[in-house]
Design a protein. Sequence first.
Length: 403
Amino acid sequence: MNLIDIPQFIKTYITKRPQSLFEIDIEQHKDTLSKKIEGKSVLVIGGAGTIGSSYIKAILKFKPGKLFVVDTNENGLTELTRQLRSDANMFVPEDYRTYPMNFGDPVFRKMFLAEGPFHIVANFAAHKHVRSEKDKYSIEAMIDNNVFKAKEFLDLLMTKKPEHFFCVSTDKAANPVNVMGASKKLMEEVIMAYSKDLQITTARFANVAFSNGSLLAGYIERLFQNQPISCPSDVQRFFVSPEESGQICMLACMLGNSGEIFFPKLAAEQMAFFKDITIDFFKASNRPIIECQSEDEAKQKALTTKKGDPYPVYFFDTDTSGEKLYEEFYTETDVVDQETYDSLGVIKNARKLSQDQISATITELKSLMDSGTYDKTAIVDLLKQHLPDFEHIETGKSLDQKM
């Protein structure tokens, strides 16, 4: 398999943008960004992931004075540090520290209270995969991380308020059809409840091409292990590059008014089918493919595939729970500003419940999960009561049942 230039492949075949979507807005607001970031202290939670690390790289261009990065992925933090330290063009502040810890743990609280307050705080720690939705245990873990811990962290932030707080969301929070999207929609409502007391913004954005754990990033691992490729033929998505994912979060964090939800201004025709990307991926690699009719056929062909042979690929129609065939960033009831920024839209009328209402919702969810008699359906039904636009798609099949 010929290794290809992934960043160039993303520009050419996926986003089809030679430069960043957000380049104009960054240039137009560079003085404001510099004023708000230069010399400031920054805390990034979940900073070892694709989006969190891209946010760090975006914000370092404006020379903050202190950077603390927290992530449960110790290896990811090590690689992040190697990337930053090995880049001759990268500014790294003298006070740079990484902590392999969970932002919900007591040791994190000790660190935050002793080292804070931080001027800029960004949280990227989240369950982000639809495949994480399997049963009541996986769903409880997802809601605990995306919702319960988010609220506990906001309560902690109230003791030492930052100038800017950003918490990442997802395009799947718009008219959610899966529990992951519903949990992020509820997360949005949690942070909105604090938006009068803290400077808070969030962003929904497209799939990040070749991000950690993504379908496309998995292609590289499958090829190294000489395993077949499996891809949905009927699913299309909006895409941004890893660099763009960090930039939109930086812009939303630093420029937004409290309570606003940002999203990239992408037209429907800019969505791409995974099948088309897969075909282009192999073309760019100068290797033909052979389309298989089943997973078993693809796995059997992979056993005998030699260098230069057509590579086995299985395209399938989507039949798993919680999958839309397309994505959207906002709903018909949202008031959207498409004029202020060149590349960003802003939802202006996000629902803002009281903190008491949010606490009551969380108490109800925790009571159900602590009851010992709940199942996946019960959690979904309770989420529907609190999220009127949540229409769960249940097929009885999980992505973990596929290659």
